[in-house]
Design a protein around this ligand. Structure first.
Ligand SMILES: *[C@@H]1O[C@H](CO)[C@@H](O)[C@H](O)[C@H]1NC(C)=O
Ligand SMILES: *[C@@H]1O[C@H](CO)[C@@H](O)[C@H](O)[C@H]1NC(C)=O
Length: 357
């Protein structure tokens, strides 16, 4: 579904580790250290930490609810496509699987389902499984304005469902609205600001899920960098397979770093997630490399995630609380070749990525 025709321009960016740690949406938290207990790194008592027990009732406030950003690095969960409009039963089963089998803390939604009440089902399943959600307003690739209705429905549900603000970590405009030129950057900024205002009472941050290439190169002169300034956190698409320099996944760290360094140097210390992040096991009409040496197979899909594990400490050290990465995507039924599961529901390779280091 992602067609890359543009040539990637590599820009030398610099690591900058002294940027202010500005987290306007992060609730303040008091940490009590109980010196009587031999603390063997107990799980942080916050949502959606691994080991956190969901309360039996909906809390009355968001104080001390969300985990601090600096705990949300390494593997955090899956991109999860909803275009098949999964039933509530299926959402519950798969969110529980993400939580228990893979120690996922989040799902990052991808695609769209316009069924009435669908986001209520997402909230229900996420609450039940004890995982957070990166919600998404889907623009699609057709340039139509269906996203306006989706935006209104989603914003409405975030306000009306009492559990929604306790599971929704961020609202994304996506996927790749800048890359797809669906809105001019000033119009996208207007949308981001309006959503921030709309969601301020719920303390839900707003972002745009897109490539470094889109902010840095494609929209260098018409406001791409201003979009980066307007968003609360960074949802970076890291898809090194499409680089003109791609070969095998094991060689892709410099490509990842090029884009990461752009987000570090231009991102004002904001929290960074790799929201759409992976390496395909097969090519398809929408998944074609821009390098003749790029290899798509299961070994490379597996190697790519192992590479991120190998660089866990580097990702943890990134300003803003370290990089939390999502695996794109949960199943080959959702996007061919990117799944951790194949279309028959079997794991394509052992997958137990680090959640801390
Ligand atoms: C947020 O937007 C939704 C959808 O447009 C609207 O129904 C709701 O009233 C808005 N809420 C606030 C607080 O602005
Ligand atoms: C990539 O590196 C890993 C770890 O060193 C190794 O097991 C794997 O075979 C390598 N993959 C390829 C395609 O060379």
């Amino acid at each position: 579904m992602i067609v890359f025709t543009a040539v990637f321009v590599s820009i030398l960016a610099f690591h900058s580790r002294n940027l202010a740690n500005a987290h306007p949406m992060e609730p303040t938290r008091t940490v009590h250290i109980d010196t009587r207990r031999p603390a063997a790194n107990p799980p942080p008592n916050c949502f959606p930490a691994i080991g956190f027990t969901m309360p039996s009732a909906v809390p009355t406030s968001l104080s001390n609810w969300w985990c601090a950003y600096d705990t949300e690095y390494a593997f955090v969960g899956f991109s999860y496509e909803v275009t098949e409009c999964q039933s509530l039963t299926k959402l519950r089963t798969e969110f529980n699987d993400i939580k228990t089998r893979f120690k996922g803390r989040y799902v990052r939604l991808y695609g769209f389902c316009d069924r009435a009440g669908f986001y209520n089902d997402i909230v229900d399943a996420a609450w039940g499984a004890g995982i957070g959600v990166q919600a998404l307003i889907w623009f699609g690739f057709d340039g139509d304005d269906k996203w306006i209705g989706r935006r209104n429905t989603l914003l409405g549900t975030l306000h009306s469902n009492p559990k929604a603000k306790f599971v929704t970590r961020v609202l994304q405009f996506g996927s790749e609205p800048l890359f797809d030129w669906v809105l001019d950057p000033p119009d996208l900024i207007t949308q981001v600001k309006a959503a921030k205002t709309n969601l301020s009472s719920l303390q839900i941050p707003v972002t745009v899920s897109d490539l470094a290439y889109s902010f840095r190169d494609l929209h260098a002169k018409d406001g791409g960098p201003d979009v980066l300034k307007a968003i609360d956190m960074i949802d970076a698409h890291i898809l090194p397979f499409f680089s003109t320099k791609a070969s095998i996944a094991n060689n892709s760290w410099p490509i990842v770093l090029d884009d990461l360094n752009y987000f570090i140097s231009s991102g004002q210390g904001k929290k960074i997630y790799f929201s759409q992040n992976g390496w395909p096991s097969v090519t398809s009409s929408g998944v074609q490399p821009n390098s003749p040496s790029a290899v798509a197979n299961v070994q490379n899909e597996k190697d790519y995630y192992a590479l991120l594990d190998k660089h866990c400490a580097d990702l943890k050290a990134v300003p803003g609380g370290g990089v939390g990465w999502f695996a794109h995507i949960y199943s080959d039924n959702q996007e061919p070749g990117y799944g951790i599961y194949n279309t028959g529901g079997t794991l394509k390779f052992p997958f137990a990525p680090k959640t801390s280091c």
